[in-house]
Design a protein around this ligand. Sequence first.
Ligand code: NAD
Ligand code: IPM
Ligand code: MN
Length: 349
Amino acid sequence: MIKRIAVIPGDGIGVEVTAEAVKVLETLTRSSALAVELVTFDWGAEKYLREGVTLPEGALEMLRREFHALFIGALGDPRVPDMKHAVDILLGARFGLDLYVNERPVKLLDARLCPLKGRKEEDVNFVVLRENTEGAYVGIGGNFKRDTEEEIAVQEDVNTRKGIERILVYAFEYARQHGLKKVCMSDKANALPFGHGLWQRTFAAVRERYPEIESWHLYVDALAMQMVKNPAQFQVIVTCNMFGDILSDLGAQLQGGLGLAASGNINPGNVSMFEPVHGSAPKYAGKNLANPMAAILTVAMMLDYLGFPGEAARVEGAVVEAIHQDRTTSDLGGALGTRQVGDWICSRL
Ligand code: NAD
Ligand code: IPM
Ligand code: MN
């Protein structure tokens, strides 16, 4: 069956890395059993500034009805300081399509890229599973007495038992399906006893159902320290929306930087959205400098999700080969541009 993929290049380097991701998909369709149809949408800062439109009306229903997956480059533009379009499009899709899992693998593909001393590839290989539909991201709150000396800002942190339970269950099931033995849940219940106390109590109940998996808890500050001190201890990390955001950038650097970090926003069994962890990196935009590997590894995640594990492995293999042979952009110490790295990877598929 043909898989239909909605492609949203977005802003800044999102456009450039998406072009390389698309090249990879097109190369694969010529040389494998993969059959995909790509439809590009121009949603992003340009459209917003030109037409005042962020996520067009009915877009989410259309995506749900007509597509198997979405691929997003990045959203964010200095001309839109309040990120209105990114909130509507990116968070709109995460919430509107109920993509409750943000799966962010942290995998060291070449030991030379790790900023920690003396680590091997097997020392950095875990996944951050970030709750993706609630927490501090729900946009509930407001400003009272705005722009006065008495101003008050309230930003609510929403945690539901159902929301917590489903991401915890996903984490344990993920471990089971991947033959992994360890799940670490992280929160900040010592300072946030109501919201994160619920994480603790829900975790206590869910972990009972998975006695064969070693599960434990770390406060997020201690987890950040342990990720640097001894990343080899982690296989699956599960946490709330905001902590997952922060920890996944920390994890990205453990594997060589944001230019390599892939992610999937997943609603198991339903239309899901794939995007590199990085943003639109305005200072690199339009210069053929951005590393397209995060986007290309994101294509691999998407293919795996869509039922093409062989093609996904081929893409990852080609990226690893490019790194080993120093066919990389400057962030990884190489001399190639965005397009040249993409071309080289396609030549190995
Ligand atoms: P960023 O991830 O865009 O970039 C931070 C730095 O990381 C860059 O300056 C660059 O040095 C490096 N970097 C990131 N991606 C790279 C790549 N592919 N190749 C080489 N180096 C890379 O984060 P930021 O500067 O904080 O944010 C820029 C804009 O992007 C903001 O508007 C932000 O809100 C948005 N953003 C969007 C997403 C998303 O769409 N998913 C994610 C993060 C940030
Ligand atoms: C990410 C980004 C987004 C987030 C921003 C752009 C809202 O940082 O995907 O990691 O915080 O989720
Ligand atoms: Mn982030």
